[in-house]
Design a binder for this molecule. Structure first.
Ligand code: ADP
Length: 415
């Protein structure tokens, strides 16, 4: 190991492309490992740039910026997938350890490349590449309407996914003319969405967390239930095995999240939706809910440290995203945090330092406990309160019941 690649205390520097909330929470994990994450952020106000000491400002498609990030770093990794493959190849040619490798990362950048690579390895929705509007109708002739149209690259949080109830050749032609590469998929009838996360190191060690259920609204993840309630243990084990197989087959280093559709509760009915090769929203619950968080595990994996234990720390963990309210909220976020802590002293809050905008992920909360209905209610109420300054259950701190919970009555001696 070259001494120039080490921090003054002899511990490694990890360079992360992207300064979003995933980098911010990776930095938090890096601190405990004696490290300080170096980030390549697009702007000084990015969530990770606000908290890291070693911030490089630049664009992820700028090779010089990436070379600056890599200079003296042990490894370069990612908080998002928006880095052109050619730029990463050039970095690898320089001798930089890029994890995951550009070859592996392609499967998280390009939905068609992923679908082709997983053919024969995993169940998937019927799909076609769309070079002209007639291709969509061609798929629908097999699967029926509706059909899901997707941008092959660059989509996130449901942006770049459209449900078509019938042929819409003008819309498809418009997207193609604008240069958006497209594919179409069968609209899968599913019971629910699941996700399974694994980590894999260059040494080849791998570890899986319990399978979770992800709850989506408007194409965006709103809640994660860990473990996935009522999931047949054989199906859960099959989902973990599938993710481990995909990680090995695609030679993933670092984290891999496999988003799944659960069509009938069985292992055979699992379909892969998409892959992410970085910390993922479906793994935020692991910060409090698992022995090793996804952020620490990602650092351990890309640095080729032995991986951490992945068991849950509680029977149930529920993560709920704090999504910006539709209209500006009069109460300050700080005051909302005060009230939240007063009602739920055990709910853990993670705020990303982002300005609130409608439906924008500005933070998340995690609740732990024994019973799903109770834990989920707490997490959802807490996230809703932080987003809107409204308690969805009508709770008020001035209610007699509420006072009783906050100030338990003590028996008066001799009374
Ligand atoms: P993104 O890259 O924006 O996350 P996804 O491909 O994950 O896009 O799709 C977003 C959401 O759209 C999924 O979580 C799922 O709810 C829905 N979806 C995507 N593909 C299909 C499909 N083939 N059938 C039914 N629903 C789908």
């Amino acid at each position: 190991m070259d001494v120039a690649t080490l921090a003054p205390d002899g511990l490694p520097v990890v360079g992360m492309v992207g300064g979003g909330q995933l980098a911010r929470m990776s930095h938090q994990a890096a601190i405990a490992l004696g490290q300080s994450l170096r980030v390549l952020a697009a702007a000084p106000a990015d969530p990770a740039a606000l908290v890291c000491a070693d911030v490089h400002l630049g664009n992820p498609d700028d090779l010089d910026a990436l070379r600056g990030l890599a200079d003296g770093a042990e490894v370069v990794t990612f908080d998002h997938e928006g880095v052109p493959g050619a730029v990463l190849q050039a970095l690898v040619a320089d001798g930089v350890a890029v994890r995951p490798s550009p070859e592996a990362l392609r499967h998280a950048q390009d939905k068609l490349v992923m679908r082709r690579a997983l053919t024969g390895l995993a169940g998937m929705p019927d799909h076609v590449e769309v070079a002209e509007p007639a291709d969509v109708a061609g798929l629908a002739a097999r699967t029926g309407w509706p059909v899901v149209l997707k941008a092959v690259r660059g989509g996130y949080d449901g942006r770049g996914v459209w449900l078509l109830d019938g042929p819409d050749p003008e819309f498809v032609a418009q997207l193609l003319a604008a240069g958006t590469p497209l594919m179409a998929e069968q609209a899968v009838t599913m019971r629910r969405e699941l996700a399974v996360q694994v980590a894999r190191s260059p040494y080849g060690q791998a570890a899986a967390w319990p399978v979770v259920e992800t709850v989506q609204r408007d194409g965006q993840c709103v809640e994660v239930l860990a473990p996935a309630p009522g999931l047949d243990p054989a199906t859960a084990a099959a989902a973990q095995q599938l993710a481990l197989r995909i990680a090995a087959e695609l030679d993933v280093t670092g984290l891999l999240a496999v988003e799944l559709f659960d069509t009938d509760g069985t292992a055979a009915g699992l379909m892969v939706n998409e892959l992410a090769m970085r910390p993922h929203n479906s793994g935020h619950w692991t910060i409090e809910g698992a022995r090793t968080s996804q952020f620490e595990q990602h650092l351990r994996a890309v640095l080729d440290y032995p991986l951490g234990a992945t068991e849950a720390t509680a029977p149930v963990a529920v993560m709920a995203n704090v999504l910006g309210a539709a209209a500006p909220v009069a109460m300050s976020l700080d005051e909302r945090v005060h009230h939240l802590f007063a009602r739920f002293p055990d709910v853990k809050v993670h705020l990303y330092g982002k300005a609130e905008r409608p439906a924008r992920k500005v933070g998340h909360v995690t609740a732990l406990g024994d019973r799903l209905d109770e834990v989920r209610a707490r997490a959802v109420l807490a996230a809703g309160w932080l987003a809107t300054a409204t308690w969805a259950d009508g709770w008020s701190p001035d209610d007699a019941d509420a006072r009783a919970t906050r100030f338990p009555r003590r028996a008066v001696p001799g009374a």
